[in-house]
Design a protein around this ligand. Structure first.
Ligand SMILES: [Zn+2]
Length: 757
């Protein structure tokens, strides 16, 4: 009896201190960049056709469909994934805005999915092509998985995870009761599916990208309180990622970045439910490494979708495939989970930085299109999606990103309110009769004004975040300056008996800093407060600015401008910052360039990172860069088609198939080999390419390899310096098959190119 009472007292005091988010329904955005982004997103959501998104589900359930499915990724294997994201976006946009059309579309989508589920009869509903055959093989333990293919199907668990998450959000955020039923049916079907599998077999399944399957089963436990779901969440946790994190080892280099982050969100959720400090420590360790050592100034991480070595960002600097938006979408979800769990304000510094500079910047502010890659390559640009043509992952996470800006502007515990972000908005804490109106033009101006509207006088602490970037903060209550001890990355607590009409005014002082790429790089970005600055450099050759429906429509097609022609800061280091001349709070001139907030910069090539050099270094470097760049550009100019072996997207785009194949990352390159065969399809338009060149990390042994194109065995011209060359016969479409002979693995192949000469 006594014990229970003590436990109750302890848990209630813990609960009272526990940070809680407000519901999206409680926070309304008012005029500003975030409200604009929300409105533009709403239009984009309306432009998507629910019947087209539902078609893959109806086709799989053998029900008549009402509209043709979308093209692009929605009809090349990932069929149905946007439908899952769409449920989440509708639920969040409805909660944030109260828009009735969002609600009715959500109800329609869920009822159609319920109809598919009823027709399937076993709880299953999904859009994966030939889903029944695919899942039956898994159920029987027939598992052949690599990083992005499971039994030659493109990331099926990643796909169905979007549906799980969408149904969860429809129920938890928009109170759609039918979604709860469909979700539980789907969860129970999945439990039956994996029942015969050993833990080892499940780990084999988890080798392939699977979103946050462990997280959604933890959510099913939260919803139902049935322990079978929590058990499943633990079984579905990928041990080869978890174990090094538990040992506080960073083994992330070379791994597909966005595959890992959702797993860690799952570890943290399970940790919280099971009070497992080790798993939570693993999640914190991951967050710490990714946010502090693997991220660039705007908050994004990785290049070509993979984590680069922490001491080398050179390849990110030259790539047209910079950080992917999905990664930051998931890093913000992890930051929010850890912030709420640990009551630690430093998670918000990263959250705010990434929110402005990556998430907000990833949406076209008028047309609403979403960005996939944000290159840091100087004088490069980004591509925007279009509702009819683009069905990529970053469109799915994109429609969600801009529907939930209210999630963390404020938070609370049992008594007190916390102001986390300086975003124009209104908070309505109905249970307490507290309304808080925040008026601000931040970051264009360095102030924010709060007005309290209370039903009755009441005592509580109004906590104002003291951001890490602020040089100083001044707080006034009803015009009177307040004293406080708080430091950056803490809260300034204003404890008093508040009454209706009380006003709090916050004034920041901020500086501009140069932030270097990690590890003795001489490339740096200008950051003002939390805002990354960049310069528009040109609008030349923005090929593919608005994506078509091609497989790689999300990648820029315009030329790469040589890096040695980019503006560099050439001077003594103490003079770099003084070269900036202010126009206003966020606009500066830098010699002939105009620096502005990156989130405001669109439809143009830009420069965000600048090389810093003394005059002497500058001359030396210029010559070396020029030679390297000429060699690379010449190779690209001779290239008709190319595949980076072992990288997800290029391989999917070239219809990769294979057996007994391994892929990895060594010597800063991705590779793939095989003990059986691998095959790709390459385009050789007008038979312009004359040679096929395969590069590898090892020397080729031609007695152990056979190469066929369109079924014909081809003679190998040369095989030296880890390169193998073959003369091509005339054909526009090349079905390339590389087979291993004598049971010996092939060399670790890194790149396949079709060359003109
Ligand atoms: Zn993505």
């Amino acid at each position: 009896m006594k014990k229970t009472l003590l436990f109750l007292l302890l848990s209630s005091s813990l609960a009272s201190a526990q940070m809680q988010p407000f519901l999206l329904q409680d926070v309304k955005l008012t005029e500003g960049v975030f409200k604009n982004a929300q409105e533009v997103d709403l239009k984009y959501i309306l432009a998507l056709n629910p019947d087209k998104l539902l078609a893959p589900y109806l086709i799989d359930a053998e029900l008549p469909f009402k509209a043709e499915r979308y093209g692009n990724w929605e009809s090349s294997g990932l069929d149905g994934h946007i439908g899952g994201h769409y449920l989440s976006a509708l639920a969040m946009m409805y909660a944030s805005t109260g828009n009735a059309e969002m609600k009715s579309r959500l109800e329609y989508m869920v009822s159609e999915l319920a109809r598919c589920q009823a027709k399937n009869g076993n709880g299953y509903v999904g859009g994966i092509p030939n889903g029944k055959v695919f899942w039956d093989r898994i159920h029987k333990g027939d598992i052949d998985g690599s990083t992005f293919g499971l039994n030659n199907t493109w990331v099926p668990l990643y796909n169905i995870h979007k549906l799980f998450a969408g149904l969860r959000d429809a129920y938890q955020i928009a109170d759609n009761q039918e979604a709860k039923k469909v979700l539980i049916g789907l969860g129970d079907w999945f439990l039956e599916l994996i029942k015969p599998l050993s833990d080892e077999q499940i780990q084999q399944v988890l080798r392939t990208e699977h979103g946050g399957m462990n997280e959604v089963f933890a959510d099913l436990y939260i919803i139902t309180k049935e322990s079978k779901y929590l058990d499943a969440a633990q079984r579905l946790s990928h041990q080869s990622i978890l174990k090094p994190l538990l040992a506080k080892e960073d083994k992330l280099t070379g791994l597909h970045a966005n595959t890992q982050i959702p797993k860690v969100i799952g570890f943290e959720k399970i940790a919280k439910l099971t009070s497992n400090a080790d798993w939570s420590g693993a999640a914190q360790y991951f967050w710490q490494n990714v946010s502090q050592t693997r991220s660039v100034a705007f908050g994004g991480n990785s290049f070509r979708e993979h984590f680069n070595p922490i001491n080398d960002f050179k390849k990110m600097l030259v790539s047209n495939q910079g950080p992917e938006t999905c990664n930051s979408f998931n890093m913000l979800r992890l930051s929010m989970a850890l912030f709420l769990d640990k009551n630690d304000v430093s998670y918000l510094d990263f959250y705010e930085r990434t929110l402005y500079n990556h998430i907000l910047s990833s949406q076209h502010p008028e047309k609403g299109g979403f960005v996939y890659f944000t290159p840091i390559r100087p004088n490069h640009y980004r591509v925007y999606s279009q509702p009819e043509t683009s069905m990529w992952c970053c469109v799915g996470s994109g429609i969600e990103n801009h529907s939930k800006y209210g999630e963390l502007i404020y938070s609370h515990n049992t008594e007190d309110v916390f102001v986390n972000l300086f975003v124009p908005s209104e908070l309505n804490w109905q249970a307490k009769g507290i309304q808080l109106i925040q008026k601000t033009n931040f970051p264009y101006e360095n102030t924010s004004d709060l007005t309290l509207n209370l039903t009755k006088k009441q005592a509580f602490t109004l906590n104002i975040r003291y951001p890490k970037w602020a040089e100083s903060v001044k707080v006034l209550v009803n015009g009177k300056v307040q004293k406080f001890d708080a430091k950056p990355s803490e809260y300034i607590g204003l404890k008093r008996k508040w009454k209706k009409g009380d006003r709090v005014s916050i004034q920041f002082e901020m500086k501009t800093r140069l932030e270097y790429l990690p590890y003795d790089s001489n490339w740096a970005a200008f950051v003002r407060g939390p805002i990354v600055l960049a310069a528009k450099t040109s609008t030349e050759d923005l090929k593919g600015l608005f994506a078509d429906d091609s497989r790689m429509g999300h990648e820029t097609k315009g030329k790469l401008f040589p890096i040695n022609t980019a503006y560099a800061l050439v001077d003594e280091p103490e003079n770099y910052l003084t070269k900036l001349k202010p126009i206003d709070n966020l606009n500066f001139t830098l010699d002939s360039l105009h620096l502005q907030p990156f989130f405001d910069l669109h439809d143009a090539r830009y420069q965000m990172y600048f090389q810093t050099l003394t005059k002497e270094d500058y001359e030396k470097q210029k010559e070396i860069q020029k030679q390297n760049e000429i060699a690379l550009l010449a190779l690209e100019a001779r290239t008709i088609d190319k595949i980076n072996c072992g990288e997800q997207q290029p391989e999917v785009d070239h219809q990769y198939k294979g057996e007994q194949s391994n892929s990895g990352y060594d010597d800063e390159q991705f590779w793939r080999n095989t003990r059986s065969y691998i095959s790709y399809q390459l385009q050789n338009r007008n038979s312009a390419g004359k040679y096929l060149e395969i590069s590898a990390l090892d020397e080729f042994k031609i007695e152990n390899i056979e190469i066929t194109i369109n079924g014909k065995v081809l003679e190998i011209l040369s095989f030296e310096n880890k390169k193998l060359r073959i003369q091509l016969t005339e054909s526009d479409l090349l079905n390339l098959k590389i087979s291993a002979k004598n049971k010996m693995p092939t060399a670790r192949m890194t790149q396949i190119r079709i060359l003109k000469n």
